[in-house]
Ligand binder design. Structure first.
Ligand SMILES: N[C@@H](CCC(=O)N[C@@H](CS)C(=O)NCC(=O)O)C(=O)O
Length: 224
């Protein structure tokens, strides 16, 4: 059975969403970031970058949440009901890659800077000015995606692709930062994605469950 290291509300949600949609039997292995479990020799052997999520499928070990999504769609996409997770044509695959890289580098990167400077870096390393810049950068790129989604149901072509399942998690994160307030098309699209029967928990739901089960001394760092 496949093993996924990482739980909600982390980027493991990107992988969990595809595991659910493809109905793939899997075991979720929790890694306590607050306790530093990502730096044990056993975990570093899986991912020397000490980051979640990591997927283990037989002898294959894949990290990077977008790579895990592409791997699952590529290998098991024929199990998907109701669309084409990886488009048939090189042109549409190019468009899917475009949005995947856009999401990871232009939208997630500033969201991550916001988190780093708000609560992950040590207090003396945090820069409120950097948060202002990161919010501006994220908002500009979210506006580009909002424009793209006018009148569309999917990021690419006429069916769901990996880009949609990446965007849903990434935009849920943006919503947490109130960065979708000026993006009605993205808010409506996001609601439809999370209404899917196989949708995972939102970041807020995952974070609430984590807090409910955590001891009061556990740091907020475990969030992302
Ligand atoms: N680019 C990586 C980022 C992974 C990442 O930063 N994961 C966070 C949890 S969401 C983590 O493991 N942080 C632990 C650390 O940095 O020590 C991906 O998309 O998988």
């Amino acid at each position: 059975m496949m093993r996924l290291y990482g739980t909600p509300p982390t980027r493991a949600l990107r992988a969990i969403w595809l595991l659910n949609e493809l109905d793939l039997p899997h075991e979720i292995v929790p890694i306590d970031l607050g306790a530093g479990e990502q730096r044990t020799p056993q975990f570093l052997a899986l991912n020397p970058a000490a980051k979640l999520p990591v997927l283990v499928d037989g002898d294959t070990v894949i990290s990077e949440s977008a790579a895990i999504q592409l791997y699952l769609a590529d290998k098991y996409g024929d199990r998907f009901v109701g669309g084409r997770l990886i488009p048939d044509t090189p042109e549409d695959r190019g468009r899917m890659y475009h949005w995947l890289f856009f999401l990871m580098t232009e939208i997630e990167a500033p969201l991550w800077r916001i988190a780093l400077h708000n609560f992950i870096y040590a207090p003396e390393e945090q820069s409120p000015a950097e948060v202002v810049l990161a919010r501006r950068d994220a908002a500009r790129m979210i506006a580009v995606l909002e424009q793209h989604m006018q009148g569309r149901d999917h990021l690419v072509g006429e069916g769901l692709t990996v880009a949609d399942f990446n965007a849903a998690f990434t935009l849920d994160w943006a919503r947490e930062e109130a960065l979708l307030d000026d993006a009605p098309a993205l808010r409506a699209w996001l609601a439809a994605m999370y209404a899917r029967p196989k949708a995972p928990v939102t970041i807020a739901e995952g974070f609430a469950a984590l807090q409910a089960s955590a001891t009061p001394s556990e740091p907020a760092e475990a969030r992302n």
